[in-house]
Write a protein that binds this ligand. Structure first.
Ligand code: OFO
Length: 164
Protein backbone atom coordinates (compact mmCIF):
# COMPACT_ATOMS: atom_id res chain seq x y z
CA UNK A 1 0.00 0.00 0.00
CA UNK A 2 1.28 3.43 -0.93
CA UNK A 3 1.56 6.34 1.49
CA UNK A 4 -0.44 9.49 0.65
CA UNK A 5 2.86 11.29 -0.01
CA UNK A 6 4.03 8.55 -2.39
CA UNK A 7 0.71 8.60 -4.29
CA UNK A 8 1.12 12.34 -4.74
CA UNK A 9 4.73 11.98 -5.91
CA UNK A 10 3.90 9.18 -8.37
CA UNK A 11 0.95 11.13 -9.78
CA UNK A 12 3.25 14.12 -10.30
CA UNK A 13 5.57 11.85 -12.26
CA UNK A 14 2.61 10.71 -14.42
CA UNK A 15 1.97 14.38 -15.27
CA UNK A 16 5.68 14.94 -15.97
CA UNK A 17 5.80 11.97 -18.38
CA UNK A 18 2.72 13.36 -20.16
CA UNK A 19 4.41 16.77 -20.34
CA UNK A 20 7.45 15.06 -21.91
CA UNK A 21 5.15 13.46 -24.51
CA UNK A 22 3.64 16.86 -25.37
CA UNK A 23 7.05 18.55 -25.43
CA UNK A 24 8.48 16.02 -27.90
CA UNK A 25 5.32 16.14 -30.01
CA UNK A 26 5.57 19.96 -30.20
CA UNK A 27 9.24 19.62 -31.17
CA UNK A 28 8.26 17.07 -33.80
CA UNK A 29 5.77 19.57 -35.27
CA UNK A 30 8.47 22.26 -35.38
CA UNK A 31 10.86 19.88 -37.17
CA UNK A 32 8.19 18.83 -39.65
CA UNK A 33 7.37 22.49 -40.31
CA UNK A 34 11.04 23.17 -41.02
CA UNK A 35 11.63 20.30 -43.45
CA UNK A 36 13.40 18.05 -40.93
CA UNK A 37 11.48 14.84 -41.58
CA UNK A 38 13.92 12.45 -39.88
CA UNK A 39 13.94 14.40 -36.62
CA UNK A 40 10.15 14.89 -36.77
CA UNK A 41 9.60 11.11 -37.03
CA UNK A 42 12.13 10.39 -34.28
CA UNK A 43 10.59 12.90 -31.86
CA UNK A 44 7.05 11.72 -32.59
CA UNK A 45 8.06 8.14 -31.80
CA UNK A 46 9.77 9.38 -28.64
CA UNK A 47 6.60 11.18 -27.64
CA UNK A 48 4.80 7.82 -27.83
CA UNK A 49 7.47 6.30 -25.57
CA UNK A 50 6.84 9.00 -22.96
CA UNK A 51 3.12 8.23 -23.02
CA UNK A 52 4.01 4.59 -22.35
CA UNK A 53 6.19 5.68 -19.39
CA UNK A 54 3.23 7.61 -17.99
CA UNK A 55 0.88 4.67 -18.54
CA UNK A 56 3.23 2.29 -16.72
CA UNK A 57 3.16 4.57 -13.64
CA UNK A 58 -0.61 5.01 -13.97
CA UNK A 59 -1.07 1.21 -13.96
CA UNK A 60 1.26 0.76 -10.98
CA UNK A 61 -0.64 3.34 -8.90
CA UNK A 62 -3.98 1.71 -9.70
CA UNK A 63 -2.64 -1.80 -9.04
CA UNK A 64 -1.79 -0.78 -5.46
CA UNK A 65 -5.41 0.24 -4.87
CA UNK A 66 -4.60 3.98 -5.00
CA UNK A 67 -6.17 6.41 -7.43
CA UNK A 68 -4.11 7.52 -10.42
CA UNK A 69 -4.82 11.14 -11.23
CA UNK A 70 -4.56 12.82 -14.61
CA UNK A 71 -3.55 16.34 -13.63
CA UNK A 72 -3.13 19.59 -15.57
CA UNK A 73 -0.24 19.72 -17.99
CA UNK A 74 1.43 22.97 -19.08
CA UNK A 75 1.58 23.72 -22.80
CA UNK A 76 5.10 23.10 -24.15
CA UNK A 77 7.08 25.71 -26.16
CA UNK A 78 6.35 25.56 -29.89
CA UNK A 79 9.07 27.81 -31.33
CA UNK A 80 12.75 26.88 -31.58
CA UNK A 81 15.72 28.62 -33.18
CA UNK A 82 17.38 25.56 -34.70
CA UNK A 83 17.53 21.77 -34.66
CA UNK A 84 20.57 22.00 -32.39
CA UNK A 85 18.50 23.99 -29.89
CA UNK A 86 15.74 21.34 -30.04
CA UNK A 87 18.20 18.56 -29.26
CA UNK A 88 19.92 20.58 -26.51
CA UNK A 89 16.51 21.08 -24.92
CA UNK A 90 15.64 17.38 -25.13
CA UNK A 91 18.88 16.56 -23.32
CA UNK A 92 18.22 19.18 -20.63
CA UNK A 93 14.70 17.82 -20.22
CA UNK A 94 15.91 14.23 -19.85
CA UNK A 95 18.34 15.33 -17.12
CA UNK A 96 15.39 16.94 -15.31
CA UNK A 97 13.43 13.67 -15.59
CA UNK A 98 16.43 11.76 -14.21
CA UNK A 99 16.55 14.09 -11.19
CA UNK A 100 12.83 13.57 -10.64
CA UNK A 101 13.17 9.76 -10.82
CA UNK A 102 16.14 9.86 -8.44
CA UNK A 103 14.09 11.88 -5.94
CA UNK A 104 11.29 9.31 -6.20
CA UNK A 105 13.73 6.45 -5.60
CA UNK A 106 15.17 8.31 -2.62
CA UNK A 107 11.67 8.88 -1.17
CA UNK A 108 10.73 5.21 -1.66
CA UNK A 109 13.88 4.12 0.18
CA UNK A 110 13.36 6.56 3.05
CA UNK A 111 9.81 5.27 3.49
CA UNK A 112 11.00 1.65 3.23
CA UNK A 113 8.53 1.28 0.35
CA UNK A 114 10.50 -1.52 -1.31
CA UNK A 115 7.75 -2.37 -3.80
CA UNK A 116 7.87 1.14 -5.27
CA UNK A 117 11.66 1.14 -5.02
CA UNK A 118 11.72 -2.08 -7.06
CA UNK A 119 9.18 -0.74 -9.58
CA UNK A 120 11.25 2.42 -10.11
CA UNK A 121 14.39 0.50 -11.07
CA UNK A 122 13.00 0.20 -14.60
CA UNK A 123 12.92 4.02 -14.84
CA UNK A 124 16.47 4.30 -13.48
CA UNK A 125 17.72 2.07 -16.33
CA UNK A 126 15.54 3.84 -18.88
CA UNK A 127 16.90 7.27 -17.92
CA UNK A 128 20.45 6.02 -18.38
CA UNK A 129 19.50 4.92 -21.92
CA UNK A 130 17.62 8.13 -22.72
CA UNK A 131 20.43 10.42 -21.60
CA UNK A 132 22.90 8.33 -23.62
CA UNK A 133 20.66 8.52 -26.71
CA UNK A 134 20.20 12.30 -26.62
CA UNK A 135 23.87 12.86 -25.81
CA UNK A 136 24.85 10.79 -28.87
CA UNK A 137 22.57 12.97 -31.02
CA UNK A 138 24.07 16.11 -29.53
CA UNK A 139 27.53 14.80 -30.44
CA UNK A 140 26.54 14.96 -34.13
CA UNK A 141 26.54 18.75 -33.86
CA UNK A 142 30.13 18.86 -32.69
CA UNK A 143 31.40 16.83 -35.66
CA UNK A 144 29.20 18.39 -38.39
CA UNK A 145 28.02 21.88 -39.30
CA UNK A 146 24.37 22.47 -38.29
CA UNK A 147 23.46 23.87 -41.73
CA UNK A 148 23.25 23.03 -45.44
CA UNK A 149 24.19 19.51 -46.52
CA UNK A 150 25.42 18.57 -43.03
CA UNK A 151 22.04 19.53 -41.55
CA UNK A 152 20.42 17.15 -44.04
CA UNK A 153 22.81 14.38 -42.94
CA UNK A 154 22.24 15.09 -39.23
CA UNK A 155 18.48 14.96 -39.76
CA UNK A 156 18.80 11.67 -41.66
CA UNK A 157 21.00 10.22 -38.90
CA UNK A 158 18.48 11.24 -36.21
CA UNK A 159 15.71 9.61 -38.24
CA UNK A 160 17.77 6.41 -38.48
CA UNK A 161 17.84 6.17 -34.67
CA UNK A 162 14.14 5.29 -34.82
CA UNK A 163 14.85 1.66 -35.59
CA UNK A 164 17.61 1.22 -32.97
FE1 OFO B 1 12.36 10.36 -21.82
O1 OFO B 1 11.91 9.74 -20.11
FE2 OFO B 1 10.25 9.20 -19.63
O2 OFO B 1 10.84 8.57 -18.07
Amino acid sequence: MLSAKMIERLNKQVALEHYSAHLYLAMSAWCDHNGLAGSAAFLKAHSDEELAHGRKLFDYINETGALAVIGAIDAPPIQYGSLKEVIEKTFEHEKLITRSINELVDAALSEKDFSTFNFLQWYVGEQHEEERLFMSILDLFSIMQPEGRDLYLIDREIGSKLAR
